[in-house]
Design a protein around this ligand. Sequence first.
Ligand code: DGT
Ligand code: CA
Ligand code: CA
Ligand code: ZN
Length: 574
Amino acid sequence: MKNSDVSRVLRDLGFLTEVGDDDLNVQFRARAYYRAADTLAGLAENVVDVYNKKGNAGLVEIPSVGKAIAAKIEELIKTGKVRRLEELRAKFPINVDELYGLEGVGAKTIKMLYEKLQVKSLADLEKAAAEGRLRKVPGFTEKKEQDMLRKIEFFKKSKGRRIIGDVWPLVKQIEARLLQLRGVKNAMVAGSLRRMKETIGDIDYIVSVRDPVPVMEFFVKMPEVQEVIGRGPAKAFVRLAGGIDADLLVVPEESWGSALQYFTGSKEHSVKLRKIAIAKGLRLNEWGVFNGEKRVAGKTEEDVYRALGLQLVPPEMRENAGEIELASQNKIPELVEYGRLKGDLQVHSENSDGTATIEEMARGAKAFGLDYIAITDHTKSLAFAGGLDEQELLNQAEKIAELNDTLEGFRILTSAEVNIMKDGTLDISNNVLDRLDIVGAAIHSHFSLPVEAQTERLVQAARNPSVDILFHPTGRLINRRPGYPVDIEKLIEIAKDTNTILEIDAHYDRLDLKDDYVRMAVGKGVKLVIDSDAHHPIHYAYLTFGVGQARRGWATQLDVLNTLPADKLLRALK
Ligand code: DGT
Ligand code: CA
Ligand code: CA
Ligand code: ZN
């Protein structure tokens, strides 16, 4: 049993609890299941191993897993089922796996659609909407029915590609295993993952070793392998549990660089490199760069690019978007490096919707290697997230000042994730915001306003002298919702004019700004920050995905303000 299997069971429990139960605490219980499901999906250690080693007590030590949820996990590990979930499924035979995550369609809506229209699956829902039956359900209109059809279309298109953060832990685990095999010189994940794309079609591994046989044997017999789809002497193609595919290519050491280059792609980037090779009278493939029969490069990627007269291109830039031209002129920018962030400017505590105390978040950040964080709890109009009012923010700031005296070599900045209202005003007054070290603002409601109105809300927030950063500026959730409509060019222009920072929210569900928009912002000289949006100390690890997007958007260290020490950062604010 994999963590993702357990995670899915918890998510289904959350969803069907919301569908099936009616008591006052149902939201609270459902949310607890969802949080635990999220944590398990990102947990490095296998939950069954945790249980075998430490029993129920080990489960309770997992963040977001309390006693009640630990008991459910224990039952699942021991019996392969959770009785409560079976009962709920018998009562509500709804395909949660298909319907979960459909934007704006929560458990309560699904329950109603099940009761009124017998909707059990995504196909049922699409059919009901297409046939005009949805508009007859209370709360629906013809417009909402049309919206639903569009949402379903988006949702279906994104299925099949996995969000990078969902596959990352398993990918890295397998990479480490391959690297440890006897005789293996190099092992690395390539493909879209190495390019840090926000979603992944399949996983591609390259290994260099003299004798491919034992590596191939090991790969196809890994416990996660559900099915061996194809196999040659030095190539294998398997389906992993959870339904994602993985490719393996095994090459001799002298071809490591060229194989890595080939398998990293992108296809468009590589096609262009091959043309350059041909123009030079050379031939490029996964085995090397050849001049006639003679291999002139192949051992390292740097050699391969050099043989083509090019500077090495960082994987995140390999999309044939102008990077090859830069490489031919030795003008590849020095991208912001992984591990260079000194602070994190979007961090939640349990005072709003986080799951740890401010002190725990601070100590976690310090252990992660950061020098400062901003505590950005939600504000009062976001009641469901436990938003703070003016007085609570000021009280929190006082507590933070006391805490700072106890933390050596670390600083907590006072801040908030202030909610932008429908009309572009904020829900906290400026005289309170001005007493905080730094202020982030974000949209969390009225997503369906037209693009002009939506952009105007953000522009107003940017023009507000108290607002330093716009958090997750487009509001998208990858594979779930496209985000509200924003005139991004205008927003970037205003951000530049007002010295407002745009955030790259590094949570792998968001990655917002996305890569293309990062590149636009960088091109206009707008400053960025990369934040984890942590709700628990383990979430600082998400920063990697944010740096990946920044690199995909060609951002350098100078473009990313939280590579600065706290005092310099504060001086750079508007
Ligand atoms: P994905 O899996 O859809 O997220 O995207 P990639 O980029 O990982 O693509 P994938 O797994 O189909 O192939 C891995 C790499 O192999 C790809 O980035 C470049 C290389 N490759 C695949 N097909 C071709 C091809 O037809 N021509 C060339 N030149 N390279 C290819
Ligand atoms: Ca791939
Ligand atoms: Ca592949
Ligand atoms: Zn937010």
